[in-house]
Design a protein around this ligand. Structure first.
Ligand SMILES: Nc1ncnc2c1ncn2[C@@H]1O[C@H](COP(=O)(O)OP(=O)(O)OP(=O)(O)O)[C@@H](O)[C@H]1O
Length: 334
C-alpha cells in the first residue's frame, strides 16, 4: 500500500505538452480510475507513476518520498496491460514466478506466492499450461497473477479488459474488484475508457481532458454534481442530454443538462416533439425525441415502451435533476 502524490506534474515530448500540470493525491488502499477521451494523457500519466516515463517538471511522491528519479523496479509497482505480455515458451507457473526468480527469491517462498495468487484467481488448475493453451480471459488472469506474486505496493492497470469479450469483461471486472478487497486494499490505479468499469470499480474517478485534470470525485459525485459540461457529458451512458437556445435560457444559463432517466413522458410537458428513433435494450428502452433542438432528446424508461416512430409526445424534465450551465460551461449553483 502506498499513498501517491503528484505535485504540479508535467510531461512534454519535445515541444508537445502532454501532461499540463497535475495535482492529485491517491490515498493508501484507494481504487483510482483515470478516464478521458482518446489522447487525453491517461496512459502517459500511468507511465509517469510507474516510472517507465520520466516526468518533465513537478514532483512525484510515494509515501512522502520523492521518487522522480527512482527506477520502476524500485517503486514497488506492478503493471497489467491490455496485451498480456506473457512469455510464450514458459508455462503459467514459470510466467508467474519469473520476476521472483530473477530477484533470486527463496524457492519455497516463490512456490507459496505463485500458488496463493493462482488460487485467488482460480487458475490453479492451469499452472502447467503454456499461454497459447489458454483463453484470452485466462491469459489476462495469469498476467494479473504475475503482478500479485510480486507483492506490489501499487497496482497499475492500463485498459486490462479491452481485449476480452463482453461476458469475460464483466467476470474479470468482478475479479479485479474482489482482488482489491482481498489484498488488504492495496492501492490500485486503473485506466479505462469504459464508463461501466469506471463507475463500478472506482473509489474515485479522475476525469482528464487534454492533459489536464477536470474533476476528481466518487462516481456518485461526478454523476450527480459534474463541475463542467465536459464531465457531465463524459460520465454516464447514454450521454446527458444538452439543450441550448431558447429552451435553455433561465437564471443566466445557456445550456441545460438532463439525464435520460430524469425525463417523464407527459402530454402537458413543456417540451413537445416527435419520436424519431427508439432502442430496445431489453431491460431499458430509449426514445429519441426531436423537440427542435440540435440533437434529439433521449428518454430512458425501464421495461418495454410501445411508442411507434412518428408519435407526438410531451416531455417533462424533473426540475430537481436539471443541470444549468453558464456560458463558461460551469454549473450555475442554485
Ligand atoms: N512518445 C511520445 N512522443 C510524442 N507524443 C506522445 C508520445 N506518447 C504519447 N504521446 C502523445 O501524448 C498524448 C497522450 O497519449 P496517451 O497515450 O497518454 O493518451 P490516452 O489518454 O491514454 O489515449 P488512449 O485512450 O487513446 O489510449 C497523445 O496525443 C499522444 O499522441
Amino acid at each position: 500500500m502506498a499513498k501517491i502524490e503528484l505535485n504540479n506534474v508535467t510531461k512534454s515530448y519535445g515541444a508537445v505538452d502532454v501532461i499540463k500540470g497535475i495535482d492529485l493525491t491517491i490515498e493508501k488502499g484507494e481504487f483510482m480510475v483515470f478516464v478521458g477521451p482518446s489522447g487525453c494523457g491517461k496512459s502517459t500519466l500511468l507511465r509517469l507513476i510507474s516510472g517507465l516515463e520520466e516526468i518533465t517538471t513537478g514532483d512525484m511522491m510515494f509515501d512522502g518520498q520523492r521518487v522522480n528519479n527512482v527506477v520502476p523496479s524500485e517503486r514497488g509497482i506492478a503493471m497489467v496491460f491490455q496485451s498480456y505480455a506473457l512469455y510464450p515458451h514458459m508455462k503459467v507457473y514459470d510466467n508467474m514466478a519469473f520476476g521472483m526468480k530473477l530477484a533470486k527469491s527463496d524457492k519455497g517462498e516463490i512456490d507459496r506466492r505463485v500458488r496463493n495468487a493462482a488460487k485467488m484467481l482460480q487458475i490453479d488448475h492451469l499452472l502447467d499450461r503454456l499461454p497459447r493453451q489458454l483463453s484470452g480471459g485466462q491469459r489476462q488472469r495469469v498476467a494479473i497473477g504475475r503482478a500479485i506474486v510480486r507483492d506490489p505496493r501499487v497496482f497499475l492497470f492500463d485498459e486490462p479488459l479491452s481485449n476480452l469479450d463482453a461476458a469475460l469483461r464483466v467476470q474479470t471486472r468482478l475479479e479485479i474488484a474482489k482482488l482489491h478487497h482481498d489484498m488488504n486494499d492495496v492501492t490500485m490505479i486503473y485506466v479505462t475508457h469504459d464508463q461501466v468499469e469506471a463507475m463500478t470499480l472506482a473509489d474515485r474517478i479522475a476525469v482528464l481532458r487534454d492533459g489536464k485534470l477536470m474533476q476528481v470525485g466518487t462516481p456518485a459525485e461526478l454523476y450527480d454534481n459534474p463541475n463542467s459540461i465536459f464531465v457531465a457529458g463524459f460520465i454516464g451512458s447514454p450521454k446527458m442530454n444538452f439543450i441550448t437556445g431558447e429552451k435553455a435560457q433561465a437564471e443566466g444559463a445557456t445550456t441545460l443538462g438532463i439525464r435520460a432517466e430524469h425525463i417523464d413522458l407527459d402530454e402537458g410537458g413543456p417540451w413537445q416533439g416527435e419520436v424519431v428513433h427508439a432502442e430496445d435494450l431489453g431491460s431499458d428502452h430509449y426514445l429519441f425525441v426531436d423537440i427542435g433542438t440540435d440533437e434529439p432528446v433521449i428518454v430512458r424508461r425501464s421495461g418495454k415502451l410501445n411508442v411507434p416512430l412518428g408519435t407526438r409526445v410531451g416531455l417533462r424534465p424533473r426540475p430537481q435533476d436539471l443541470h444549468r450551465f453558464g456560458p463558461d460551461e460551469k454549473p450555475i449553483r442554485r
